[in-house]
Design a protein around this ligand. Structure first.
Ligand code: RAM
Length: 394
């Protein structure tokens, strides 16, 4: 748990902060930078995509995807390459497959994708690979049979464990510990806890999304730790909002109506914002944590160190440097194309003179798929002590 201490001490680099600010201000203007919603591929934008590097998120309208593209595009541009954002309107496998098929016809050079599911891509990925198109996955993994590597935001085991720890502390009304050691705080707090069994809920993306499922699997492993025995239910109440604001709101409302959970963990930026709004407007006692963007969560979180964090529905949450994540995937793709990186264990690439990114075996619980991953970052906690610094940056 020392990692958190280090993280809080280090923060993110100044250049990342500056580019994050740039990212926020241009998030909805990507069409001007050669990006579009995917509609262009059916004719709205006749620019040739031949040789372009495509970034495909799960669906359009998601700031998390826009920010990853920001970093991807910046890195590609600095290497004189053309980056294009193409994502379907709907968060489904079928919509991504259709778009992928069109991109193959248009002879793109590479595709970097965050997938909507485990299955259903093999045929189109094979077609892309046979056409010499490099496939890299990011955020939500693609099959190791077709990807060079998976660019992993942070260790899935850490993400799952930290989210459970945060949810338990929040349920008990305990502030984010300044030393960052949530597990120690949970252990101390639960050792003297004799109240009702704490019940956690999860508001996820789709039922099939590989990345959220890997984090949920890690949460379930964390809950098996003896520290929680008899105090926190090992069973998580799961609902799925498909990374859609309306559907996520409906699911959050169901949590409120059922009133069975003490805290909702939403490991998706769309879900946590929808739950924030729902819990706030319903005056529910249910608390919230998860993975969110400070810019989208400010109305549901404390904003000053002197605030009572528990006057807000979400006292603290976490995420990582989303812009840097996108840049790492661009570096991975270019290193694959120039032949200096092949995604095998032992293979690595550099983004700058100092930092090496090695491929290692990907060990997410439900997706320890025999493929490799490159670790791009670590989770970072947003709480009353630092929210004011972040709302305009990420
Ligand atoms: C959402 C997406 C993405 C996830 C982030 C935290 O925007 O679901 O997959 O990694 O949130």
């Amino acid at each position: 748990m020392k990692k958190f201490k280090k993280l809080l001490a280090l923060g993110l680099s100044i250049s990342m902060i500056v580019s994050a600010m740039a990212g926020c201000s241009t998030t909805n203007q990507q069409a001007t930078g050669g990006a579009d919603s995917g509609k262009a591929s059916t004719g709205a934008n006749s620019d040739s995509l031949e040789g372009a590097h495509v970034f495909m998120f799960k669906s359009t309208g998601n700031t998390f995807g826009d920010l990853m593209f920001e970093g991807f595009e910046e890195y590609m541009k600095s290497n004189n390459q053309k980056a294009v954002y193409k994502s379907p309107a709907e968060t489904t496998v079928a919509a991504q497959v259709q778009l992928l098929d069109e991109l193959i016809t248009q002879k793109v050079a590479s595709i970097t994708i965050s997938t909507n599911g485990d299955a259903g891509y093999d045929e189109v990925f094979k077609k892309a690979k046979d056409a010499g198109i490099v496939i890299t996955s990011i955020d939500s993994a693609a099959s190791p049979d077709y990807r060079t590597t998976h660019v992993n935001q942070a260790d899935p085991n850490d993400i799952g464990a930290y989210l459970v720890q945060a949810a338990v502390l929040i349920t008990l009304g305990i502030d984010y510990p300044e030393d960052g050691d949530m597990k120690a705080a949970v252990t101390t707090a639960l050792s003297s806890y004799s109240g009702d069994e704490i019940v956690l809920g999860v508001l996820s993306a789709s039922i099939d999304t590989p990345v959220q499922n890997s984090w949920i699997a890690a949460m379930e492993v964390e809950l098996k730790d003896s520290v929680y025995a008899g105090k926190v239910s090992p069973t998580i109440d799961k609902k799925y909002g498909n990374d859609d604001l309306t559907e996520s709101t409906t699911q959050a409302q169901a949590f409120v109506a059922e009133n069975k959970v003490d805290c909702i963990i939403s490991p998706t930026t769309v879900g946590i914002a929808a739950a924030g709004q729902t819990l706030k407007s319903s005056n529910s006692k249910i608390k919230l944590t998860g993975l969110g963007l400070p810019s989208e969560m400010q109305s549901f979180m404390p904003s000053a160190a002197s605030d009572d964090a528990f006057a807000s529905v979400c006292p603290y949450m976490m995420l990582w440097d989303v812009i840097h994540l996108g840049a790492v995937s661009a570096a991975s793709t270019l290193a694959t194309i120039d032949g200096s990186f092949d995604g095998a264990v032992g293979s690595s690439f550099q983004m700058d003179a100092f930092r090496e990114y090695p491929a290692t075996t990907y060990e997410a619980y439900d997706n320890g798929d025999g493929g490799t991953a490159v670790l791009a970052g670590t989770p970072y906690v947003f709480y009353k002590g630092n929210m004011a610094d972040w709302v305009k940056k990420l």
